[in-house]
Write a protein that binds this ligand. Structure first.
Ligand code: CP3
Length: 351
């Protein structure tokens, strides 16, 4: 199976860094590197009915995963899918409205938890695993393949808010404070579902995993520990048992000072920094063996030119000499200029 061979840390730059090596030229990939800023993505997107259809048609998901690799030769491909395929596979209604983002039929009360169907998950997500197999077979040998999932807190936010969370996270926090047992049951169920989805991705060819906790910034203190840190740790424990050796990255976006909690996360191979984190601070406060990933401001890819080059060089210098994966501090935006992405790759590789 390609997954085993791919995990040999000798070859692929991303895997070497996640195993603790500092490389002179850091590996580079970008969160949301397949997407609307690429004309070839928009062309594929126009051919299928909806966004979820894109995710569930293995040949098309494979094609759009490969598009940014062909153009830029990134060190890693991230499988084209979405964090919301997990709630969808659990039986929740999920749809995407052009210009408005995702919508879900919100779970309103604890009674609604019984509507979720965890047994059907792997069967419903079979097209994602097939897309991974096709992609691994088509990728250059030096390119690592990343599988991913949303972390339980972030998934719960979408499932309870019925879409992108309101600024006060009202529905989610009401559950967490008013019905803590039901909320814990939801999070525990998501730990199982996400761990299963990640292991299946590894078995289909993923060589590294990233957990997206996009709404970590809504939590602090004991709530951060309970609803973000502990579920991530529990997922990692399950994945390590079933898929030993696969490196795990976490992206607790906007976690602020809670980033420091991950200093002791021996279960983690890499920590993705959001745009608000000063790399010099991260270098001081986070252990040498933990790979750091990030954290260029995605807006610079709309601008390109000298500000982009300068920021990229500064970032590389700030994290030189330690395990570092060049990335953005959040996903690339539809406004990014494809030529600016090419400039960025050249700067990072040819400084
Ligand atoms: O290239 C890649 O990185 C792989 C694919 C990927 C997508 N979504 C494709 C996508 C990944 C890794 C994600 C993760 C994701 N999805 C996150 C976590 C990262 C983050 O941005 O914080 C979240 C919160 C989601 C949920 C989601 N999916 C939202 C909020 C939206 C709407 C916002 C938007 O950009 O339109 C989506 C849709 C989505 N997921 C698109 C893509 C390419 C755009 C949809 C389209 O093409 O019509």
């Amino acid at each position: 199976m390609s997954a085993g061979a791919g995990r040999d840390p000798q070859g692929k730059a991303l895997l070497r860094v996640l195993a603790g090596e500092a490389l002179e030229i850091p590996p580079i990939w970008l969160m949301r590197q397949a997407g609307r800023y690429l004309p070839e993505y928009r062309a594929e997107r126009a051919k299928v009915g909806g966004f979820l259809e894109l995710c569930y048609t293995p040949e098309v998901a494979c094609e759009v995963t490969l598009q940014p690799i062909r153009r830029y030769g990134f060190d890693a491909a991230i499988i084209f899918s979405d964090i919301l395929v997990v709630p969808h596979a659990l039986g929740q209604e999920v749809w995407f409205v052009e210009g408005e983002g995702p919508k879900l039929a919100a779970l309103a009360t604890p009674d609604d938890l019984s509507r979720l169907e965890p047994v059907a998950l792997a069967e419903r997500l079979a097209p994602v695993y097939e897309a991974l197999r096709l992609t691994r077979a088509a990728l250059p040998a030096e390119t690592a393949l990343i599988g991913f999932a949303g972390a339980p807190w972030t998934l719960a936010c979408y499932m309870l808010e019925g879409g992108s969370p309101r600024s006060d996270f009202g529905a989610t926090k009401s559950w967490a404070y008013l019905w803590p047992e039901a909320f814990q049951a939801l999070v525990d169920g998501l730990v199982e579902a996400v761990a299963e989805h990640l292991c299946r991705q590894v078995e289909a060819g993923a060589e590294a995993l990233q957990l997206f906790e996009s709404h970590a910034g809504a939590l602090a203190g004991p709530e951060f520990r309970r609803w973000c840190y502990e579920p991530l740790r529990a997922i990692a424990a399950r994945v390590r048992e079933r898929c030993p050796g696969v490196p795990i990255l976490a992206f607790p976006r906007q976690a602020g000072t809670a980033y420091e909690l991950f200093a002791e996360a021996e279960w983690l191979s890499g920590l993705s920094l959001d745009t608000s984190v000063d790399p010099a601070w991260a270098r001081r406060r986070l252990p040498e063996g933990l790979a750091l990933q990030g954290n260029l401001d995605p807006f610079l890819l709309t601008l390109g030119g000298q500000p982009l080059e300068k920021a990229a060089r500064t970032l590389c210098s700030a994290l030189a000499g330690r395990p570092f994966v060049f990335n953005l501090g959040h996903g690339i935006t539809p406004q990014a200029r494809p030529e600016a992405v090419a400039e960025l790759v050249a700067v990072v590789r040819d400084r």
